[in-house]
Design a protein around this ligand. Structure first.
Ligand SMILES: [Cu+2]
Length: 143
């Protein structure tokens, strides 16, 4: 379980004690290598916001387009759709973007992404200051 560990970590960090300041902590950012001949891939991470917030957009130099996708299952078929209102981040909770669930989709990837590369993802939030994370390229850890 990742949640209790994060909560404990928070106790030692000064920024966490300032509960009034909106901020979002990102961890475990990873993008899958692009499949051969394809120019799209998924990125995953965990996000923890100090106040109710929303991830509203993602951009990166590594791709022409980055969208926040929601997975849903209808009639046994998994489909994904852009979350046009962004991804809700409830205060004090860990929100996971993970394989089989919601994710960040990179499209029109400019150069193939291989294991060991890194991708800078610029995340914009409704309230918190923007954060740029360096995502490793590789296979996401299975929870
Ligand atoms: Cu997608």
């Amino acid at each position: 379980m990742r949640l209790p560990a994060l909560a404990l970590l928070c106790l030692g960090v000064a920024a966490c004690q300032d509960a009034a300041a909106p901020s979002v902590e990102i961890s475990d950012a990873v993008c899958r290598p692009t499949p051969n001949g394809r120019d799209l891939t998924g990125c995953y991470m965990t996000l923890a916001a100090t106040t109710d917030d929303r991830l509203v957009s993602v951009s990166t130099d590594a791709a022409g387009k980055a969208e926040i996708h929601e997975m849903s299952t209808a009639g046994g078929v998994m489909t994904m759709a852009e979350m046009t209102d962004g991804l809700p981040l409830p205060a004090g909770e860990v929100t996971a973007l993970q394989p089989g669930g919601n994710h960040i989709m990179l499209m029109q990837v400019t150069a193939p992404l291989a294991e060991g590369d890194t991708v800078d993802l610029a995340l914009t939030f409704a309230d918190a200051a923007p954060v740029t994370v360096s995502a490793r390229v590789g296979n996401p850890a299975v929870n």
